[in-house]
Design a protein around this ligand. Structure first.
Ligand SMILES: Cc1cc2nc3c(=O)[nH]c(=O)nc-3n(C[C@H](O)[C@H](O)[C@H](O)COP(=O)(O)OP(=O)(O)OC[C@H]3O[C@@H](n4cnc5c(N)ncnc54)[C@H](O)[C@@H]3O)c2cc1C
Length: 317
């Protein structure tokens, strides 16, 4: 039984206004589909939480994360996309229609592009939030590694991503501490071996990050606690990369869309834009655990919009 009122009925709804959802909106609006974009709790998505984006094509001097998504949004609006501030808690299907239950409104659509992203896990330790995004605490070595050229940094985590990030950072940094709470890495054996053999990587076992230290402007070190002995030490370093995984924003669609064991939406083997449910298309980090970059999410948004447009041309007479 519906607890909210249907006030919006659309041909195409796009869930999420990160770079995947916004690019999908530009393409769908240019295709005269007049999409409705539902913003979710984080209008603009993850890029709004960071300062400089140096690797998005077309901006040789970099661009602020907020400015980049704001430009995308304006571009989508110019072609006729509309936006609504709401967060979907349940997605259902009834016959040919999809129903999206928001806070006070239920939305109905013939096709849906799901671009709800994935949120990086943080640790919640003192100093982490203060120095997050451009001041020394990062969640992405590919994005921010080059800012730390010649400096010592640390990576927190012990899985494949953390180890890969640590090895990647040795291209720029003379020393990379890999801080892991256990006495063996969770990463695959070859990956773990590469880290152990890399002279620039120093693994600190059985240890957790207790506090990010800084001078008010940027990170200057870390307070680390050994979980077996409770002994603490201070590591001087200029940056820390938190690499303890992402939580895909997929729970709202549990009724109809399958996910993998980590919660990422599963797409069709021959087309990453299509979910196994006819009429539901996928874009960006919510369906991509391995790349998670703005330009890739944007590209996936464009593909999903084109796929949705072709599908709608076939089924809507
Ligand atoms: C701090 C930081 C720095 C980064 N730096 C870079 C960088 O320099 N270069 C780079 O290429 N990448 C960078 N990234 C990664 C990049 O931000 C992501 O890959 C990209 O934002 C993914 O886009 P997306 O649209 O798939 O998801 P997101 O940006 O996560 O957007 C998801 C959208 O879905 C909405 N949503 C979620 N759940 C719901 C729901 N239930 N109902 C409705 N809406 C919902 C959210 O509100 C949001 O609008 C960085 C990420 C972070 C966190």
């Amino acid at each position: 039984m519906l607890t909210t009122k249907i006030i919006e009925k659309k041909v195409l709804i796009i869930l999420g206004s990160g770079c995947a959802g916004l690019t999908a909106a530009i393409y769908a609006a240019r295709g005269a589909l007049r999409p409705l974009v539902i913003d979710g709790n984080q209008p603009g998505g993850q890029l709004t939480t960071t300062t400089d984006i140096e690797n998005f094509p077309g901006f040789p001097d970099g661009i602020g994360g907020y400015e980049l998504v704001d430009r995308m949004r304006k571009q989508a609006e110019r072609f006729g996309a509309t936006f609504v501030s709401d967060h979907i808690h349940t997605m259902r299907q009834d016959g040919n229609a999809f129903f999206l239950d928001g806070v006070t409104t239920t939305y109905e659509a013939r096709a849906v592009i799901v671009a709800t992203g994935a949120s990086p896990y943080l640790l919640g330790v003192p100093g982490e939030a203060e120095y997050f995004g451009g001041k020394g605490v990062s969640i992405c070595a590919t994005c921010d590694g080059a800012f730390y050229r010649g400096k010592e940094v640390a990576v927190i985590g012990g899985g494949d991503s953390a180890v890969e990030e640590a090895i990647f950072l040795t291209r720029f940094c003379p020393k990379v501490y890999l801080i892991h709470r256990r006495d063996s890495l969770r990463a695959s054996v070859p990956m773990a071996q590469r880290a152990k053999e890399n002279p620039r990587v120093q693994i600190i076992w059985d240890s957790v990050l207790a506090e990010v230290l800084g001078n008010g402007q940027h990170v200057t070190g870390l307070r680390i606690r050994n979980v077996k002995t409770e002994a603490e030490q201070t590591l001087p370093c200029a940056g820390v990369f938190i690499s303890v995984g992402h939580r895909p924003n997929s729970g709202f669609a549990a009724e109809i869309l399958p996910t993998d064991e980590k919660g990422y939406f599963i797409s069709l083997a021959d087309d990453a834009s299509c979910s196994p449910v006819d009429g539901v298309f996928l874009a960006g980090d919510c369906a991509d655990s391995s790349y998670q970059q703005a330009v890739i999410a944007a590209g996936a948004g464009a593909k999903a919009a084109i796929a949705a447009e072709r599908w709608l041309m076939r089924v809507v007479k």
